[in-house]
Design a protein around this ligand. Sequence first.
Ligand code: F6P
Length: 367
Amino acid sequence: MEEQKKKVLVLTGGGDCPGLNAVIRGIAKRARKEKTWEAYGSIEAFNGVLNEPQQIIKLTQRKTAGIHVKGGTILKTTNKANPLKFPEIQKDGSVKEIDRSNELVTKIKKLGFDAVINIGGDGSQKISKVLFDQGLNIIGVPKTIDNDLSATDMTFGFQTAVQIATDSFDKLVTTAESHHRVMIMEVMGRDAGWIAIHTAIAGGAEICIIPEIPYDIEKLVKRIDARYKLGKGFVNIVIAEGAKAKDGTIVSRSGEKGSEHVRLGGVAFQLSQQLKDAGCKAEIRETVLGHIQRGGTPTAFDRVLATLFGVKAMELVIHGEFGKMVALKNNNISYVSLEEATRESNFVNKDSFLVKAAKGLGISFGD
Ligand code: F6P
């Protein structure tokens, strides 16, 4: 008689990120190799379990073959379904947040799952920790293009985002040069300027503005004027969406019902206006890259990192090591406790070699 197989449930939560499919494939392949485990996926984060009818698919060889090269997630995702604060739209249109974590844990167990792998960012891993404390056998896999999780040296998706931003930056340089313009390119990065600073160095920007270093508009105008005086006549600026001026506030768009965060975007236009108001004479154009940075094929590096995270997560499941999040530590795929995973964020340190090197290259942060 064939032995009853153990079942692991995989889900992706929060914003999507290049490499999610590579993690899913890594988990599914490693599970298949084990023979005693079967991998399943919950559609749209925990909604696949919470919603009626439930939406759970088996991660067969057919479903996962070749998906590591594709962006997005075959399991779909959402940032509007936190089971601890599940948004329930009321009859009058208002939103009431309810805690469905108990119901979720009960449902997962009733469905016969022995373990869960939650692929997600900071918010998702905080949920993992609460569910683990409620008795769920859970493993976290970190993801975010923002690279702002301190428990892992790098997250997959970040490198792809930097590559996309750099490719875009290169294109803006040639048009800036032709028109003698100031080009402002806005990249993602709510609280951390990792994408911005890496793109600025890779592309050769004159100015880089990040959330960690509030900018002084007068200093930026001086930097631009100095560059025009040299006769070069064009300037390329990279700015992270979460950046703000000294004594300023972040630029946000209106919040969406049930969303976990306010939408950012548009700081490039604010900066453009501030530069003009402060006397910048050059012609300025603004480009907001937005979700382009999260789409498409992951780079080879991100495919490898994501795949290794997937394999490691499945191995932790096999060995019954729950309450952990896989991580890259000193060039080694390892893990940390879920508590450590969510303790601190990873910000660009203004005294780091990265910032000093950028300044050494002549990049101004406006500080
Ligand atoms: O956290 C990742 C991120 O890409 C941020 O950089 C950005 O502000 C946010 O997600 C955008 O989220 P959404 O897809 O909900 O607009």
